[in-house]
Design a protein around this ligand. Sequence first.
Ligand code: NSS
Length: 429
Amino acid sequence: MLSIRSVKSDSFIGKCVELRGWVYRKVSLGGKIFIVLRDSSDIIQCVVDESKVNSRTWSNAEKITRESSCIVRGVVKSDPRAPGGYELQVSDLEIVGLSEWFPIRGNEGVDYLLDHRHLWIRSRRLQAIMKIKHTVLEAGREYFNRNGWWEVTPPILTSSACESGATQFEVNYFGQKAYLSQSAQLYLEALIYTLDKVWSLTPSFRAEKSRTRRHLAEYWHLEAEAAWYGMEDMMKVVEELVYYMVERVLRDRMDELKFLKRDTRILENAKPPYPKITYDEAIEILQSKGVNIKWGDDLGADEERVLTEEFETPFFITHFPKEIKAFYMKLDPKNPRVVLGFDLLAPEGYGEIVGGSVREDSYDALLKRIIEMGLNPEEYKWYLDLRRYGSVPHSGFGLGIERTVMWIAGLDHIRDAIPFPRFRERIYP
Ligand code: NSS
């Protein structure tokens, strides 16, 4: 079977081909019907000329509606007036699935479109974004697999919170309380004791309280954990990984970036090493720009946006106050008010795409942190065990796939970085 993209080439001019796809647009003009056909690869204009086809094909062309599926046969022609420079002179048109009146016409509001997401995903824009996501995922997998990391499969049903308990989804697990995973981290930590360097790609769930442009209730999480790795080692992995994704998208998805009108200069310049600032420096920058913030406050989307104005590439923020970060982060031995943690922020206002840290590897220190943060040590018994049987210094991170796609593709909302977004308000379709 030929794809539309493959026949839009000089070597096909004059050849008779068969294409399969869906009707993207249809216009009748005089004795001709112009059907723009789409498949996963591209679109092509198909011209049905009443004087050149049999009556069955003509009546099919008259009858066919937008989004109907069909099989067309015809001769490829070069025509500078056709979009893309090629068109198909149709000799035969067969309707496979006649579409009813398609409920998306082009100027509907976001809520209506979200209700019709199962149909909206056919749009060329979402198609382009999904292809970019494919390439981001491919690059992520390839980066780890080529650099000696083991892929593992942590569970989604979990017994304890990794991030804040406030964003946990509770599930009824045969009468017991369990949670949907917020992060595979705790399990990846257990796995480094047998595989040294591990990574996983899983859905993560966050019962976020508010609806924002960059929060989903369900997202794809690419996580890594390695024994013996310190802060600098892990930040190096993060910048290499992110750049590997960017480079791969620039190499393989230029058509899609162009379609989305993405300015690619920032992406082209996103070469590591990335700048690093401490949380203290971030606070100073924000205060100097008139933002009302003091040491100890968390950085929200607004603060992050202001900080991104200072940088043209992704950049790290490190050494956050321990109160605003998770219990598992190791305290900086030089300044125990802060943790050996880091976030990677994407430029152009996007903000955090990666969060990582060195992990507390001492049993006593970890137990103390668990209690300090008001967590139940009983729930973390197995996690504490890891510090009892051959503890090892280690670090890791998690990269939000949709956040990364959002930045690379230049999207203004995270909902378009996932085909079926989950938000607080509803779960349909
Ligand atoms: O909460 S994180 O900052 N960190 C963790 O979950 C660690 N346990 C990961 C680890 O070290 N293995 O989340 C990591 C990333 C964050 O930087 C975002 O890019 C993304 O996960 N993230 C989200 N994306 C979309 N929607 C929501 N709600 C969301 N929350 C985090």
